[in-house]
Design a protein around this ligand. Structure first.
Ligand SMILES: Cc1cc2nc3c(=O)[nH]c(=O)nc-3n(C[C@H](O)[C@H](O)[C@H](O)COP(=O)(O)O)c2cc1C
Length: 336
């Protein structure tokens, strides 16, 4: 019998889908979600996801192999839909027999979902609106993550609590839906499970796990921060739609404003088209996040973090965080 019977019962469809003990996913975090954190999450009973981000196909190839050497439990790979080598990355996943692929960063390009399903993997997608969610599920996606604006990293405009009320009653009975954004404790997990979610995804809460290779400076910044320090970036130019990013405010968040002005300038001058302008913005984030996570430059780098950052106060093994979340959820459900 499960240590967490009520929570496990509500997570049953999620655990079956993921092949895990608990339906708790650690969302991919570029530079952070590599072999060490991903295997620790999966070995701890959750579901780790490798962040491919801007990795080359060769790097993804070696990261999957290295992760597999550290865990015999299931884990996923997160691919960004606008990656120029998406087809090659899918082929690498196929070669390794990856069981779950998460497609993030936009509407999956034509043929990508079919290409993943062709080698037997499950496809997990994000959808910002209910209409798009229905369309993606109709056209072959196996599961959905709804992610609210409390989350760290790139965000949409709507809060998790509102998305959950809008999406879960419409989809949860017939589909596998995970809820993400702003989850810091198990009581919140219990609430979303009761609303019909079959699991959850967290990022911020796991970013400073003992096994996370994030620089000690990055982790210290998280331990110091409160919810209100994790701010959404502001769009400067109405012609240059920027997907907002939630990060701890620092010099880097100010520099992003300057970067937008610079890109708007070259767009004005006709030196780049809109697609290229947006790609430049994305490259800015990839570089800035690396500076903070890998180099520990917490002034100029990007400290992507969600509003749950105030609940991250110390380094803890990933397995302990998962056990704590499950215990909190179970206690909440037992009180009902
Ligand atoms: C440092 C950081 C980096 C992230 N990078 C990515 C990424 O590369 N791809 C992605 O799909 N989501 C990314 N995310 C979002 C997470 O996968 C996850 O969905 C989110 O953190 C969940 O919300 P929470 O932070 O409130 O727990 C990132 C989040 C953080 C905090």
């Amino acid at each position: 019998m499960s240590t967490y019977p009520k929570t496990s019962a509500l997570m049953a469809r999620g655990t079956q889908f993921l092949g895990t003990e608990h339906a708790i996913m650690c969302g991919a975090m570029s530079w952070v979600s590599e072999r060490n954190l991903v295997s620790a999450i999966s070995n701890g009973g959750g579901f780790g996801v490798i962040a491919c981000g801007a990795m080359t196909p060769e790097l993804l190839d070696s990261e999957i192999a290295a992760t597999r050497a550290m865990t015999d439990r299931p884990f996923g790979v997160n691919l960004i839909t606008m990656h120029p080598d998406l087809s090659e990355l899918i082929a690498i996943c196929a070669r390794h027999g990856v069981s779950h692929v998460v497609l993030a960063g936009g509407i999956p390009p034509k043929g990508s979902v079919a290409a993943i399903k062709a080698f037997g993997a499950r496809v997990i997608v994000f959808a910002p609106t209910l209409a798009l969610a229905k369309k993606l599920l109709r056209s072959g996606a196996d599961a959905l993550v709804i992610e609210g604006m409390e989350a760290g990293g790139h965000i949409g405009p709507v809060s998790t609590s509102v998305l959950a009320q809008e999406f879960l009653p419409a989809l949860a009975e017939d589909h596998i839906v995970f809820v993400a954004g702003g989850i810091g404790r198990g009581e919140a997990i219990a609430g979303y499970l009761e609303m019909g979610a079959c699991g959850v995804q967290l990022g911020t809460r796991f970013a400073c796990a003992t096994e996370s290779i994030a620089h000690p400076n990055f982790k210290k910044a998280f331990f110091r921060a409160k919810a209100r320090d994790a701010e959404a970036s502001v769009q400067v130019d109405p012609r240059l739609p920027v997907i907002p990013v939630r990060a701890l405010k620092n010099k880097g968040t100010e520099q992003f404003t300057a970067k937008q002005r610079e890109v708007a300038g070259v767009l004005d001058a006709g030196e780049v088209d809109m697609g290229e302008a947006q790609l430049q913005i994305e490259h800015y984030w990839a570089g800035a996040l690396r500076r903070a996570v890998v180099d520990g430059d917490i002034e100029n780098g990007s400290l992507m973090a969600g509003q749950s950052v105030g609940m991250v106060t110390q380094e803890e093994p990933a397995a302990d965080i998962i056990a704590q979340l499950m215990a909190e959820s179970e206690a909440a459900l037992a009180r009902r």
